[in-house]
Design a protein around this ligand. Structure first.
Ligand code: NAD
Length: 264
């Protein structure tokens, strides 16, 4: 049986860890050829190796998404190796990691450097990925899929203020860009995960214990990276052929509302 994205060429940024690595494995299991990309070259290579160890097709490419020229080069590598691009998954993202034993920084304490860095990776990184992909999709005559990893922090107030502002930029970009590109049959959607136990939340042991992370989700547990990747796979696949401009929560019900009584 063909996979959901059989034969599609997919770039995944931030593929060296967490959601990106889970997506590389899942997309390959569903038939895609993967360009696993990360600012950490060794981590990207490890992901490509893991895909190949399962019988999939993958290459690795180092890329800092905050640098437009590197993202353009990333798309060029996909085209050189596989002939085209079908799916651009802009997943790489960062947060401000507190020092061990310290709490998340308040907005008022964030430095200009913190703000530049977060917007550079989380917002410019996604914009760079979208622009490079759109140029390639247009050169191919239209069609194509963009998926972004936003966050529940792009839908509601949740955790760090600057981080939330970057993710709000992604959810708005997703809607507006979907409208701009609909005429070319280029779909643009985002996944909005809630708390996941990845490197990204490694600081949680001091600030937001795993147990409280789980308790925050009505379904009673944190989100697995593979569950977020599954949302991205759905949006990237032809099952979502008539879905664009959507910010899909993968959040165990966190953004559904305020429960008036305990679930169960
Ligand atoms: N973990 C969570 O609780 C959570 C919640 C909501 C949203 N997210 C989002 O999910 C996405 C993936 O995060 P994760 O949890 O898998 O984190 P992670 O830290 O495990 O993985 C992120 C990967 O991105 C890479 N990366 C960092 N900066 C980069 C850059 N400039 N260019 C290219 N790659 C870069 C890192 O090297 C790492 O391999 C991010 O966009 C994050 O904002 C995470």
């Amino acid at each position: 049986m063909d996979g959901l994205i059989q034969g599609k060429i997919a770039i995944i940024t931030g593929a060296g860890s967490g959601v990106g690595r889970a997506a590389a494995l899942l997309f390959a299991q569903h038939g895609a050829k993967i360009v696993a990309s990360d600012v950490d070259a060794a981590a990207a290579q490890a992901t490509a190796d893991a895909v190949r160890a399962e019988g999939g097709t993958a290459i690795a490419q180092a890329c800092n998404v905050a640098v437009a020229a590197e993202v353009d080069a990333l798309v060029a590598v996909a085209v050189e190796n596989f002939g085209r691009l079908d799916i651009m998954y802009n997943n790489a993202g960062i947060t401000i990691q507190p020092q061990p034993g310290q709490k998340l920084k308040r907005f008022i304490d964030a430095t200009d450097h913190d703000i530049d860095k977060l917007f550079g990776v989380n917002v410019f990184g996604v914009m760079n990925g979208c622009r490079a992909a759109i140029r390639q999709f247009e050169a191919q005559g239209g069609g194509g899929v963009i998926v972004n990893t936003a966050s529940v922090a792009g839908l509601i107030g949740y955790g760090g203020v600057v981080y939330g502002a970057t993710k709000g930029a992604i959810t708005t970009l997703t809607r507006a860009l979907a409208l701009e590109l609909a005429g070319q049959n280029i779909r643009v959607n985002s996944v909005c995960p809630a708390g996941m136990p990845t490197k990204f939340t490694a600081f949680s042991t001091s600030d937001m214990a795993v147990a409280s992370m789980a308790a925050a989700h009505p379904l009673g547990r944190a989100i697995e990276p593979a569950e977020c990747a599954a949302g991205a796979l759905f949006l990237a696949s032809s099952l979502a052929a008539n879905i664009t401009g959507v910010n899909l929560p993968v959040d165990g019900g966190l953004t559904a509302g305020i429960p008036l009584r305990k679930p169960g």
